[in-house]
Design a binder for this molecule. Structure first.
Ligand SMILES: NC(=O)c1ccc[n+]([C@@H]2O[C@H](COP(=O)([O-])OP(=O)(O)OC[C@H]3O[C@@H](n4cnc5c(N)ncnc54)[C@H](O)[C@@H]3O)[C@@H](O)[C@H]2O)c1
Length: 283
């Protein structure tokens, strides 16, 4: 009984998921981790007996260690690969995982704004599951797909949670100015595709809403950089033929990565437990 899983990515989310799944080792066994090194050099001999462990304030060796695997071994042994790495990792490794018949749980939903990649992953035979990540209400939006007229997402985050190395210069200047001024300011307004282009790892919530609604173009995204934002806030407004819905979600950032909400790892664990058959489930 139970399922065998592998973590693709072992940063803030991966380590938190590993720690939390430790309480469920009868139902979910964490076989190992795929990291950048094991994906770059897939020679199993080079990986023999290599393990990794938590980083961060408590320091290396402060929690359970886990074997580092190569991709072929992970695909062969795991029932489910839990992606908590980046959109680039979904693009690079997702197709090999699902086409081999292994299931994939995706956190980096921004990658799935690419319809061709989505089609490849959904062709299976492994199943591609989308994590609810940092928000809720996706069950309602999914149930309303085809009847929704518009979705607005207004996200307020710390400037530091929006900065990343690939940010276009004008956006970087606007976000940096906001941080220096100490005053909140809108820094982005556009479609899901634009948001994913400019913030590939920071606004997965926008992709989640569009994927749930069945049409990414229904979602309008506004991002506010707020130097005083102790919490990341998502205000979501849905207008449709069946009704109008509003969700306000305030998440504490993950101490290990201010760009990530602490809820995301919990959502992934909840999803994995559901896939392992551990209820109760709301469906
Ligand atoms: N769905 C959501 O609501 C939501 C919320 C937060 C984060 N996310 C996604 O989860 C991802 C991970 O978040 P995190 O806070 O743990 O980030 P993190 O930076 O703390 O850790 C990411 C880990 O993945 C590894 N990694 C990144 N790209 C890789 C690649 N191409 N191949 C192999 N390993 C790779 C990194 O080395 C690192 O160990 C984010 O990039 C984001 O796309 C989704």
């Amino acid at each position: 009984m139970g399922i065998d899983v592998v973590l693709l990515g072992y940063g803030a989310i991966g380590q938190a998921v590993h720690r939390m799944l430790g309480a469920h080792d009868g139902e979910v066994r964490v076989l190992g981790v795929l990291d950048r090194a094991s994906l770059a050099d897939p020679d199993p001999a080079a990986l023999t007996a290599r393990t990794t462990g938590p980083t961060g304030p408590a320091g290396p060796g402060s929690g359970p260690r886990v074997p580092v695997l190569d991709l072929a071994t992970a695909i062969e042994r795991a029932d489910l690969v839990i992606e908590c790495a980046s959109p680039a990792a979904v693009r690079a490794h997702g197709p090999a995982i699902t086409s081999a018949g292994t299931d994939l749980l995706v956190a980096s939903l921004g990658a799935l704004a690419d319809g061709r990649l989505r089609a490849v992953l959904e062709a299976g035979p492994g199943r591609c599951h989308y994590s609810t990540g940092a928000i809720g209400g996706l069950d309602l939006i999914r149930a309303s797909a085809g009847t929704i007229n518009a979705i607005e997402l207004r996200t307020r985050k710390l400037p530091a949670a929006l900065l990343h190395p690939g940010l276009p210069g004008a956006l970087r200047s606007a976000i940096t100015r906001t941080a220096e001024s100490g005053t909140a300011a809108p820094v982005f307004s556009g479609s899901v595709a634009d948001a994913i282009r400019d913030f590939p790892s920071n606004i997965n919530v926008a992709a989640a809403l569009g994927l749930a609604a069945g049409d990414l173009d229904l979602v309008a995204v506004d991002i506010i950089a707020d130097p005083a934002a102790a919490m990341t806030r998502h205000e979501i407004t849905v207008r449709g033929e069946g009704g109008n819905y509003r969700f306000g979600i305030e998440n504490f950032p993950d101490p290990a990565n201010p760009a990530t909400s602490a809820l995301t790892a919990r959502s992934m664990v909840s999803g994995v437990l559901r896939l392992a058959g551990c209820g109760p489930h709301f469906i």
